[in-house]
Write a protein that binds this ligand. Structure first.
Ligand code: GDP
Ligand code: MG
Length: 670
């Protein structure tokens, strides 16, 4: 079996190619930092495995996800490297390519984004380029459509057979001498190629240094490093060894490009540039983003989502329930079984499923915004804002992913290099309003804000962001003192999203919701129904005397100042910790209404528009769901920070809901 390592810069089409070559459906997004873990797939012809590594600009890792790739090269078995180069950004991409060539494994280069390069008038002489890159086989491809990918795959076997010569760049006498003395010490050991290791070491690669420290004493290495650095900085204009090595490689790249790249026409990207000037404008950027979000919610609720939801509701609560009733009677099901199924499962699961249209429409639109390239612009706009308050600009990406589900959002924080900033992002990402919460909003806005659904939901999303930013400011100036970070958001080209990609990424985001409905919410509904059916005095008790009412009642007094001090809200919020959709299930079960219209009628006895809003605010902020808590624990590796993220959320939710309720009353809302 051969193992093919897929390596390249971020956002160059690695995952697109991976999906084509392995027939998988991994997340493709038009921005950096989408793939944070390596993904392994089986090649379609079953000849071996393909490993999709997170994107990196250099083998010298800056952040955890970048470390994944270097770690892979250092410690895993693989037979060839498939390096993806974005032809339209070839200069920057070659930096990694040189380091991979120095490694000396057989290498195949996929020259991707040929369509983009061509439209920009960039012509690459790939035969010449191949000669300059140690004869590596180069195949021009368009990963997005699959063009050329078959040719590429067909070459794996023959490239694997080749014995590759490592690329040997002359780094000048001082460094070469140092490299030689280091390679002499490690030659013959069971290690990756010695020259490559030495160069990486002098470049400051921590993973390589750690590896070498297992064989050579720490002091010896440190001395060698500092002596060499001293000489280099004295003899050359470079400020550090890393700087020097980078300079040599960059010159090398220029000499390659001079020989094989020509620009046939001077393309002016005026349209894209002008668009960027507007959407990333200091003053207009945020309002334009808000407008986009507003339209998104308008579509999600008013224009498309709610009518679809109503249809689904009449199907579930009408046709489906009737059929089930007939079927249950036909099999002479006991009244207990009938109640479990109709009042527990259909109410609980059906109540949540009714909102599937909204959720998928929202995900579809978010995928569209992502894949078009606009989201990266938003990240750039937010970057300026975020740095002001002590968050890394990259923190916005986990947050956007968190809109889908907080779990992958928290994981996406791995792209952030600075440990403190990463921790802060992990802790704040759960404040992003996820799709599970959307189902609760859908229920409430449909009941209490029929004519302003989009605005109300938008306000909650914005509130999540604002609270996160506010807390970031507070936490970063108290808990996490930190050094400044550097981050350049990269602007990918605008692209017209493809249906296939959109469909996939919508499904990727939404499938968790559907799956949860079938498992967690299903089980939860049965339990909740049972708790509402049984009480201290036996079974089939009036709902107010049930265990559920007792448990919920414990919280009612605490919630009273927020405007919703009834046991029903207490019970719903408690179960909502399992998964926030469960709030909807619980309410459907408790209020036992035959359909959505009836449910809305009953709910208006318990909530007013003001208390409904206060409830939604509380639900947005109060605590990350169980799955998110688990991933926070995993990512931070610390119980302290896990408890902290639950604790601060409860406190802040209580305070803000209180302010909303009391403030609202003062302003005359009710
Ligand atoms: P990764 O970050 O390297 O894994 O890149 P992805 O596979 O996630 O792709 C990044 C973006 O580039 C997505 O929007 C893809 O649809 C797009 N893309 C990938 N390959 C091509 C290509 O050959 N041409 C064009 N125009 N776009 C591409
Ligand atoms: Mg990827």
């Amino acid at each position: 079996m051969m193992n093919v390592a897929l390596a390249g810069n971020p956002n160059t089409g690695k995952t697109s190619l991976f999906n084509i070559l392995t027939g998988s459906y991994e997340y493709v997004g038009n921005w950096t930092g989408v793939t944070v873990e390596k993904k392994i797939g089986v090649l379609k012809n079953k000849a071996g495995h393909l490993i999709d590594l997170p994107g990196i600009y250099s083998l010298n890792p800056l952040s955890r996800d970048e470390g994944v790739a270097t770690h892979f090269l250092l410690s895993e078995e693989f037979s060839l490297i498939l390096n993806i180069i974005d032809a339209s950004q070839i200069e920057r991409n070659l930096y990694l390519t040189l380091q991979l060539l120095e490694y000396g494994k057989p290498m195949l280069i996929g020259l991707n984004m040929m369509d983009v390069a061509r439209s920009r008038g960039i012509v690459i002489d790939d035969t010449k380029l191949s000669q300059l890159l140690m004869g590596s086989r180069i195949v021009p491809i368009v990963a997005r459509t699959g063009k050329g990918c078959e040719v590429l795959a067909a070459d794996f076997a023959s490239v694997e057979q080749r014995t590759a010569q490592p690329l040997d760049i002359d780094y000048g006498p001082v460094l070469e001498e140092a490299v030689q003395s280091l390679t002499a010490k490690i030659e013959g050991k069971q290690l990756p190629p010695a020259r490559w290791l030495s160069l990486q070491f002098f470049e400051g690669n921590m993973l390589v240094r750690e590896l070498l420290e297992q064989h050579i004493s720490r002091e010896e290495l440190a001395d060698l490093f500092s002596e060499t650095e001293k000489k280099i900085t004295a003899q050359t204009p470079a400020k550090s060894l890393q700087h020097y090595i980078r300079g040599v490689r960059t010159d090398y790249i220029h000499s390659i490009l001079d020989q094989c790249v020509t620009k046939v026409k001077d393309v002016q990207y005026t349209f894209s540039d002008r668009l960027d000037q507007i959407v990333t404008n200091k003053f207009l950027g945020v309002p334009i983003f808000l407008l986009f979000m507003f339209l998104t919610f308008k579509l999600t609720f008013d224009w498309v989502g709610s009518p679809l939801s109503d249809m689904l509701d009449s199907f579930i609560n009408g046709t489906l329930t009737d059929m089930l009733q007939v079927a249950l009677l036909a099999v002479h099901a006991s009244p207990f079984i009938q109640a479990v199924i109709l009042k527990g499962i259909v109410a609980g699961v059906g109540g949540v499923l009714v909102f599937v249209p909204q959720i998928f429409i929202l995900f579809f639109l978010i995928s569209f915004i992502e894949d078009s390239g606009y989201m990266a612009r938003v990240a750039m706009v937010m970057d300026k804002l975020m740095e002001l308050i002590g968050l890394n600009g990259k923190a916005f990406i986990p947050m956007i992913i968190g809109f889908g589900c907080n779990v992958p959002g928290v994981m996406a924080a791995r792209t952030i290099e600075q440990p403190n900033e990463r921790l802060l992002t992990v802790i704040l990402t759960p404040l992003m309003s996820c799709s599970a919460r959307l189902s609760v909003y859908s229920l409430f806005v449909g009941t209490f804000f029929r004519h302003n659904q989009a605005v109300i939901v938008l306000s909650l999303y914005v509130m999540g962001i604002v609270v996160a930013l506010g807390l970031a400011k507070i936490f970063s100036s108290t808990l996490f003192k930190q050094s400044g970070s550097m981050f350049v958001v990269e602007l990918p080209p605008y692209r017209v999203p493809q249906w296939r990609t959109l469909g996939r990424s919508t499904w990727e985001k939404g499938k968790g919701f559907v799956r949860k409905a079938g498992t967690f919410i299903f089980g939860g509904s049965v339990v909740i129904w049972f708790l509402s059916y049984a009480g201290p005095s036996g079974f089939n008790v009036p709902m107010d005397k049930s265990f559920l009412a007792m448990i919920g009642g414990l919280f009612a007094p605490i919630l009273a100042p927020l405007g919703f001090g009834n046991w029903q809200s207490g019970a719903a919020l408690l179960t909502g910790f399992l998964a926030k959709e469960v709030v909807v299930s619980t309410m459907n079960i408790i209020y036992a209404a035959p359909d959505m219209a009836a449910l809305q009628g009953i709910m208006s006895h318990y909530f007013s528009p003001l208390t409904a809003y206060s409830f939604m605010v509380f639900l947005l902020l109060y605590v990350p769901c169980l799955a998110t808590v688990a991933v926070i624990k995993k990512e931070t590796g610390s119980s302290k920070w896990t408890w902290f993220s639950i604790g601060y959320a409860l406190v802040i939710a209580y305070i803000i809901a209180l302010v909303v309720f009391e403030g609202g009353k003062l302003l005359g809302f009710h």
